[in-house]
Ligand binder design. Structure first.
Ligand SMILES: C[S@@+](CC[C@H](N)C(=O)[O-])C[C@H]1O[C@@H](n2cnc3c(N)ncnc32)[C@H](O)[C@@H]1O
Length: 304
């Protein structure tokens, strides 16, 4: 019998939770991520006949777009730790009629053993290294599999500022006078602290938030790459979500609980009602702010 692997945290995120199962929000997210993938691929400098390895390929965003951009004249190795996502990528490749251009490898970004030394022309990762504890090992693996002159191109979310904001909220709550009438600040802190570490020790220990674009630059350089180029893109958006139910069901990254999960698990009924009274009008009026911080890093493995 042909049985599909059970969903995991990664497939649940990409296929459902990232867009709160809302088709309209899904279209918005996919438009944005397609733009990120194009930037990654511009810097990868692909051409016909090349081999691309995409780390943490998910459901094939970067790999399938790369094949489309080279009119199918590309070999793409999509690697991921998630079997359900490798299946989803395979299904999308079949639907697009490009299965013959693809291989699907079940391996971690820091252990690319199925890929031989110096066999790839480009290595890409989009929102993958953020979830890899040993980023230096992953970048050494990219260096190993690339041929001399091969290109590395990354786009990674930088979540450090969100964690620092949660940490600042923790300090602000602790500094309030004991008789403070402000009962919203602690609720705000509990929401943010459920999604991001909020102490210096927890931030330092969490691979998703403990690095900046400058750390990525040092790591890429330290792995042996040259011509390292980093661009940090900061985008502030108002009203990305204006439907309260969608807002409740979204989370900022795959490992974070949704607001609805936090309210159900950590808040009393009264606290939840107070929180909604303040936040819901902000969301529904289009005044909720989202800040995306994405580091684009590209580099070359030195020739010879
Ligand atoms: C946010 S998703 C991004 C997926 C895809 N790159 C995209 O841009 O749509 C993170 C991906 O990284 C994968 N992942 C997480 N940890 C990984 C690891 N240690 N090694 C390889 N892939 C990993 C997940 O399975 C998931 O596919």
């Amino acid at each position: 019998m042909n049985s599909s692997p059970p969903p995991d945290v990664w497939s649940a995120w990409l296929l459902h939770r990232r867009h709160a199962n809302d088709p309209q929000f899904d279209r918005r997210v996919r438009t944005a991520t397609a733009r990120y993938a194009d930037r990654v691929l511009d810097a990868a400098r692909l051409s016909a006949g090349m081999t691309l390895v995409d780390l943490g390929a998910g459901d094939g965003l970067v790999g399938l777009r790369a094949i489309e951009r080279t009119a199918g004249a590309l070999r793409v190795l999509m690697t991921d730790i998630s079997l359900p996502l490798l299946d989803a990528a395979r299904a999308r490749a079949a639907q697009a009629g490009v299965l013959a251009s693809c291989e699907f490898l079940h391996c971690a970004a820091d252990a690319l053993a199925p890929i031989a030394d110096a066999t790839a022309d480009a290595a890409t990762a989009r929102a993958t290294l953020a979830y890899v504890a040993d980023k230096a090992a992953a970048l050494r693996e990219c260096h190993r599999i690339l041929r001399p002159g091969g290109r590395l191109s990354l786009a990674e979310p930088i979540f450090q500022d969100e964690a620092l904001a949660a940490s600042a909220l923790r300090s602000a709550v602790a500094a309030r006078p004991a008789d403070s009438a402000d009962d919203f600040l602690p609720l705000l802190h509990r929401w943010k602290a459920a999604q991001f570490p909020d102490t210096p020790e927890r931030i330092a220990a969490n691979p998703t938030v403990n690095f900046s674009e400058r750390d990525l630059l040092s790591l890429v350089h330290g792995a042996g790459f040259r011509d390292v180029h980093v661009e940090l893109h900061l985008d502030v958006t108002y009203g990305a979500v204006t439907c309260w139910d969608v807002f409740l069901d979204t989370a900022p990254h795959p490992l974070a609980p949704t607001l609805r999960e936090i309210l159900t698990r950590d808040f009393t009924g009264d606290e939840g009602a107070r929180f909604e009274r303040i936040m819901r009008p902000i969301v529904e009026s289009g005044n909720a702010v989202t800040t995306d911080r994405i580091a684009y890093v590209s580099a070359t493995k030195p020739p010879g």
